[in-house]
Design a protein around this ligand. Structure first.
Ligand code: UDP
Length: 456
């Protein structure tokens, strides 16, 4: 029996169970389920309490128990996801507490070791306190962004917030290397007061928790990780990149179109630019037109994900007249792709991304350099780190304009600048791989996390 198998038996005999509560957005759900899979492999039993809205598919995780709770969410769209997050924090509290209390009464009291919930589901801290259970937080975006959020009161005091000029490149001297345009704000149709409450609550309830798990790694973000450890007295566990431990445990909320893999099979090695802006970012119709012509005029092969609802809120979009003719044979457009498989495909040589943290890590882990078009929140911080700190990405700084897009694609895909970025991202990839091997920093954090959980 392997060491891992042996450990599993020991924990299961003790019946140690962890209860997870993910935030029901794609980019949050993925790392949470990856972490649950990882801790299951370490011998813990797993229960996932989840909302009915965007519920995970239990058949992908046959070893877990799933407990749905009613969330009262009527609107099935994530268009104003800030409003959604605020509503979830209010509406889920009672059903979550009742569900957790029932699970506790059905199990031996000490068999539930802790809950692990998403940082943005901040109400779970009060529930954990009420039921006298330790709560550990998973923050699925990078430590640098956590630090920026924690500094919002200072940024307000210094006059950076609210942002007056969203394009301002003035450095934020309190938070290098960020500039004003990189501050991770999120536009919402709601009053900014509600938004102002969400982030401080996320920070204060994380700092009130028993520990912070981060989907990042020491090699990438040593400075930010050290700063978190120094500034906030909370045990911190950087265990990423989580998707590399359990690549099989996909929980795509949209159906992935596998036909693009067959299309990639017929393309030249390293020639294709993959274009996808994740599960939430959207663009105006005119921006789609500029994107289409930028891709067409670049003369590079491309695989482009146009998610339903991502252009002007429309379910179905029309590409500009003449686009298909101009790109015939060198373009593939799908509604949703098996992204990790795409990035690992030898034909893919670049990724035009919105810089969501999962996409960023997935691209780094496959050694693919990026074209960065951040939209909101942590994406802005990630784009700054990609282009300025790690120097494996080029940022489209001036919105979407066909000429600029065409030039940026060429710089990334065929020019020396892109070649240099490709070399640097390969080094990051190698370090990410070794961080989760035995003796690697993330692997050691994981062992510390397991010991810590068992000490409760
Ligand atoms: N994704 C996917 N297919 C796509 C686009 C994205 O499976 O066509 C996955 C991607 O692999 C990543 C997640 O969706 O794991 C998006 O998360 P990210 O943090 O990058 O962005 P978000 O959607 O939260 O803005």
């Amino acid at each position: 029996m392997t060491r891992e198998g042996g450990e599993r038996q020991v924990h299961e005999e003790k019946g140690r169970r962890i209860v997870f509560f993910p935030c029901p957005l794609q980019g949050h759900m993925n790392p949470m389920l990856q972490l649950a899979t990882l801790l299951h492999s370490k011998g813990f039993s797993i229960t996932i309490i989840h909302t009915q809205f965007n519920s995970p598919n239990p058949s992908n995780f046959p070893n877990f128990s799933f407990e749905p709770i009613s969330d009262g969410i009527q609107e099935t769209s994530t268009k104003d996801f800030m409003a959604l997050l605020i509503a979830l924090n209010i509406r889920c509290e009672a059903p979550f507490r009742d569900c957790l209390a029932r699970i506790l009464s059905e199990n031996k009291r000490d068999s539930i070791v802790c809950i692990i919930s998403d940082a943005i589901m901040h109400f779970t801290q009060a529930v954990a306190n009420h039921l006298k259970l330790p709560r550990i937080v998973l923050r699925p975006s990078p430590p640098s962004c956590f630090i920026a959020f924690a500094n919002f009161p200072l940024l307000r005091q210094k006059g950076y917030l609210p942002i007056k000029d969203p394009q301002s490149k003035v450095p934020v001297s309190e938070l290098p290397p960020l500039r004003v345009k990189d501050i991770p704000t999120i536009d919402t149709k709601n009053s900014s007061e509600e938004f102002d409450q969400l982030i401080p609550h996320m920070i204060s309830e994380t700092l009130a928790s028993s520990g912070l798990i981060l989907n990042s790694l020491d090699y990438l973000e040593r400075t930010s990780l050290t700063q978190i450890q120094q500034d906030f007295s909370i045990p911190t566990f950087p265990v990423g990149p989580l998707h590399k431990y359990s690549p099989g445990s996909s929980n795509s909320l949209l159906t992935q179109d596998p036909s693009c893999i067959a299309w990639l099979d017929n393309q030249v090695h390293g020639s294709v630019i993959y274009v996808s802006f994740g599960s939430l970012a959207d663009m105006e119709k005119q921006e789609l037109v500029e994107t289409a012509w930028g891709l067409a005029n670049s003369d590079q092969p491309f695989l482009w994900v146009i998610r339903p609802g991502s252009v002007g809120g429309l379910d179905c979009v029309e590409l500009p007249e003449g686009f298909e003719e101009k790109t015939r044979g060198r373009g593939c457009v799908v509604k949703w792709a098996p992204q990790q498989e795409v990035l690992a495909h030898p034909a893919v040589g670049g990724f035009w991304t919105h810089c969501g943290w999962n996409s960023t890590l997935e691209s780094i882990c496959e050694g693919v350099p990026m074209l960065c078009w951040p939209s909101f929140g942590d994406q802005r911080v990630n784009a700054r780190y990609l282009s300025h700190v790690w120097r494996v990405g080029l940022e489209l700084e001036n919105g979407l304009e066909r000429g600029e897009i065409e030039r940026a694609i060429r710089r990334l895909m065929v020019e020396k600048e892109g070649e240099e970025m490709r070399k640097r991202v390969k080094v990051l990839k190698e370090n990410a791989e070794s961080s989760i091997r035995k003796g690697g920093s993330s692997q050691e954090s994981l062992e510390r996390l397991v010991d810590y959980i068992l000490s409760f």
